[in-house]
Design a protein around this ligand. Structure first.
Ligand code: HGY
Ligand code: MN
Ligand code: MN
Length: 421
């Protein structure tokens, strides 16, 4: 593959290649620091070197594709970062994150030596929160925001800590050494601006027949883990009037949360993502149940307010049912507004290219949120998702929709890189 090749063919070849890592039928599961994740990261590094770029991994497992003349570290000049995340949800699609990763690789190759700002591609190690209950581990570590204590505090569902997961992949060359002291991830690059090409993951662009979405705002979210404790009893011998059924309480809470979001009206959304009953048997009334709730809203302050409203609803249900309730906020991110100059640059380029586009909010979260909150002018640009499906094996974007999106992202990166930091 060389930059002179047909970009559409190269794009397709890279997306197909990346989807091999963690493939499950038509979907992909590539959790942070898994074997598939590490093999994908090594494969991308090789592809970057094949394009004449340097490929450098940081201590968190974030990967960078950059001009070999730009030496990473404290003395590195400010750069334009273009990229997205490598991890996926469980049984996710082959475009979420991957699309932006490929755009970052091809932008770094196409813009090498161009502009006032060197364009570097990036691949964050973790964005989805599918393995570890901590938000945006990749973007936060890339920006040097993570403190050492989090490495031991953050654990996956099997009790494996972030530190242990990193130790395992470091032996395979998929992460660099941790820095001593309170900040284990010193930034390798100082982003002056950041761009992320991403699939929309919703129905709007396809419904309106548009080629591009220029994201102006991203919804914030709060994720709540609710633990309900009732009383495990015989499912056959216990009359209904004597039950304290933790799963039934969870079910009522899930429906109350859904009704609350509907009552608030769009763009409020609320989701009960899982309910894990214990012991989870036909003939035992659930004595306990773990319920995962998430609320999102694009207006400042609303995600936190919705989380408080949901907690109140849940406590009311638990009390009426004589079930104990514990609720913990496991992660969250505030709503994000993107830099007006980047939005304007994207709009004028789209008009210049005659692309049918709209500005829009994103219900889905993205690494770019963390950059924006860190004061780095950032922007997300969408290509359509077929049927609005994402976070599922049916996730798909037509090649004839991906190609103009990729070309647009590379040209936007070219223009943004021409503005000094
Ligand atoms: O959940 C999200 O919004 C993103 O896909 N991580
Ligand atoms: Mn994503
Ligand atoms: Mn996602």
């Amino acid at each position: 593959m060389s930059p002179q090749d047909d970009p559409t063919a190269v794009l397709h070849e890279l997306l197909e290649g990346l989807a091999r890592f963690g493939r499950e039928g038509t979907g992909v599961t590539r959790l942070a620091y898994s074997d598939a994740w590490c093999e994908a990261q090594r494969w991308l590094a090789e592809r970057a070197r094949g394009l004449g770029l340097a490929a450098t991994t940081d201590a968190a497992g974030n990967l960078f594709f950059h001009d070999p003349a730009v030496v990473p570290g404290a003395g590195a000049p400010p750069v334009l970062l273009v990229g997205s995340h490598l991890d996926t949800v469980v049984s996710g699609g082959r475009y979420d994150g991957a699309c932006g990763v490929v755009a970052g690789l091809l932008a770094a190759a196409a813009l090498r030596g161009h502009g006032a700002l060197s364009a570097a591609g990036f691949v964050t190690c973790e964005e989805e929160g599918s393995r570890f209950p901590s938000p945006f581990m990749g973007a936060r570590s890339l920006l040097g925001q993570v403190e050492a204590g989090e490495l031991d505090a953050v654990r996956d569902g099997n009790g494996v800590s972030w530190r242990a997961a990193l130790d395992a992949v470091r032996t395979r060359g998929c992460a660099a050494l941790l820095a001593p002291g309170p900040r284990p991830f010193p930034p390798l690059f100082r982003p002056a601006r950041m761009l992320e090409l991403h699939i929309e993951q919703g129905p709007v662009l396809e419904a309106e027949g548009l080629a591009l979405g220029i994201v102006t705002h991203i919804a914030g979210f709060r994720r709540l883990r609710v633990r309900l404790t009732g009383e495990a009893r015989h499912a056959g011998a216990t009359p209904m009037r004597l039950r304290r059924d933790a799963l039934a309480a969870a079910a009522e809470i899930a429906l109350a949360v859904e009704a609350h979001a509907r009552a608030l009206g769009e763009p409020a959304v609320a989701t009960a993502g899982f309910a894990r009953a214990e012991p989870g048997l036909y003939n035992v009334i659930a004595g306990a149940c773990e319920l995962g709730l998430e609320v999102r809203h694009v207006e400042p302050g609303r995600p936190a307010a919705m989380a408080a409203e949901v907690e109140q609803l849940a406590r009311g249900v638990a009390e009426r049912r004589g079930v104990a309730l514990e609720i913990v906020e496991v992660s969250g991110q505030d709503p994000t507004t993107f830099a007006a100059p980047l939005v304007a640059a994207a709009e004028s380029l789209a008009k210049e290219r005659g692309l049918r586009f709209r500005t829009m909010a994103s219900g889905a979260g993205h690494d770019a949120m963390v950059f924006a909150h860190a004061g780095v002018p950032a922007l997300v640009v969408f290509v359509p998702s077929r049927g609005g499906i994402s976070h599922a094996p049916g996730e798909y974007t037509l090649p004839e929709q991906l190609a103009p999106g990729l070309a647009f992202a590379i040209e936007l990166a070219r223009r943004v890189s021409e503005e000094p930091a």
